[in-house]
Design a protein around this ligand. Structure first.
Ligand code: FEO
Length: 171
């Protein structure tokens, strides 16, 4: 689909930030020494902040966009599976929990073998998460944005976008 005009494009701005965060932790992963407890702790600091931001991003989208879209479709008696299922799989919550657990383990970590084990599990989970998260954002931009354009007026979308941006700026 043709890109939405910038003033009603509700996803691209926040997604640039989320993609930058993915890039930052991916870079960090490529240079981390998995057998070092202090490297592991510094990676976990980044991940803790990153996943808290991802979680808030999802919350803002639910509150400002998805619930409004669901209500509008319900009112019009239109059923679209992608809309009912968006954010329903809890991979993000699982990842937040995993990072929390890894932080607790890393606090007590003193041996390289244990750090490597925690780091290894974390990297696998992160790869798995990222493989879903990037296409998820793409789906929002390519499928949800056109849906919004179809079911909301231009002025409504301007208002939605301004809410979305304002809430992200408070992060
Ligand atoms: Fe924009 Fe649902 O992540």
């Amino acid at each position: 689909p043709a890109p939405a005009p910038s003033e009603v494009d509700v996803f691209s701005g926040p997604h640039s930030r989320m993609k930058r965060l993915v890039q930052l932790y991916s870079e960090k992963l490529s240079e981390v020494d998995l057998s070092s407890c202090s490297d592991l702790r510094s990676l976990l600091w980044i991940l803790k902040a990153t996943f808290s931001e991802f979680k808030t991003h999802e919350h803002i989208e639910n509150e400002c966009i998805m619930w409004r879209l669901k209500n509008r479709l319900q009112f019009l008696k239109v059923e679209i599976a992608a809309v009912s299922e968006v954010h329903s799989d809890n991979k993000l919550s699982e990842m937040v929990q995993l990072v929390e657990d890894a932080c607790c383990q890393a606090d007590k970590c003193t041996c390289p073998k244990q750090a490597a084990q925690i780091g290894h599990n974390l990297i696998l989970a992160l790869r798995n998460f990222t493989e879903d998260f990037l296409p998820h954002m793409q789906e929002e931009e390519e499928i949800f944005q056109p849906l919004l354009m179809e079911y909301f007026s231009y002025n409504e979308l301007k208002e939605i976008k301004s809410n979305v941006i304002e809430k992200h700026q408070k992060l």
